[in-house]
Design a protein around this ligand. Structure first.
Ligand SMILES: [Zn+2]
Length: 251
């Protein structure tokens, strides 16, 4: 079993290196007792980076996936470096921060855009996918022709006048009584999820989510919003980061 340390609170999403212990070595992979590497899921791609035994040689983490209660870190490296990773050994994990931070900017940007689309048009987001320096949102219907320019202004405004992002763990029964439950999203919350990890953009959006998020909408930076494209079930809206390598501000 792997503790998903990146889930605990908002600052945990900004942890770039950490120590943990190896608990299992399935073929080509390493399982740790805890990890800050995000495994592919919820539309957010996996992290990459490196693992090394403390004081040892690094190996590359090329893919990260969930397997039941464990997280598999797929690794590639020199035979000698791989041999240093044995069960019980303490390791240091280092995230490819440029990649992860892009995903955080895209993910918070997606929540913001989904919320703005919902408040302006009543359309909810069926599915969202992040990749590279862009994201796509599949809507449940067709975006009115005049909506795009207003949405682009909304996104700019939320960067100019940043809203804080908050994270809470709420008992399922309390979440189900929440009038805002899943309002902008259509992805059903599995019945066994309790407590619910809730990501809130102040005065803007509240959404159950297991992804890694920014502290503030200001960090999303300028985005380029593409005209919608018709796809099965509704429009697909895409946006990309104008500066994918924008630096991370200090806390
Ligand atoms: Zn999310």
């Amino acid at each position: 079993m792997t503790e998903l340390a990146y889930l605990v609170d908002l600052p945990a999403a900004y942890v770039r290196s950490f120590r943990a212990h190896v608990t299992a070595l399935p073929p080509g992979a390493v399982v740790l007792d805890r990890t800050y590497f995000y495994p592919t899921g919820g539309g957010q791609p996996n992290d990459r980076g490196a693992l090394r035994s403390v004081g040892g040689e690094p190996v590359d983490v090329v893919d990260v996936n969930k397997s039941g209660p464990s997280v598999l870190h797929r690794v590639r490296g020199a035979t000698g470096a791989l041999r240093q990773l044995s069960v019980g050994v303490e390791v240091e994990g280092t995230l490819d921060w440029d990649r992860r931070y892009r995903h955080m900017r895209l993910h918070t940007g997606q929540h913001l855009l989904s919320a703005r689309i919902f408040s302006r048009t009543g359309l909810r987001t069926r599915k969202a996918q992040l990749s590279g320096s862009g994201a796509t949102l599949d809507l449940e219907g067709t975006l009115p022709a005049d909506a795009l320019s207003r949405l682009a202004e909304d996104l700019e405004e939320a960067v100019r006048n940043p809203r804080p992002v908050k994270l809470q763990h709420i008992a399922r029964a309390d979440w189900d009584r929440n009038p805002f439950a899943e309002r902008a999203g259509l992805v059903p919350l599995p019945v066994q999820v309790d407590p619910v990890r809730v990501v809130e953009i102040e005065s803007t959006d509240i959404c159950p989510c297991g992804g890694t998020h920014l502290r503030s909408t200001g960090e999303i930076g300028r985005v380029i919003l593409q005209p919608p494209v018709a796809s099965a079930g509704g429009d697909r809206v895409a946006f990309s980061l104008e500066d994918p390598s924008q630096p991370t501000p200090p806390e």
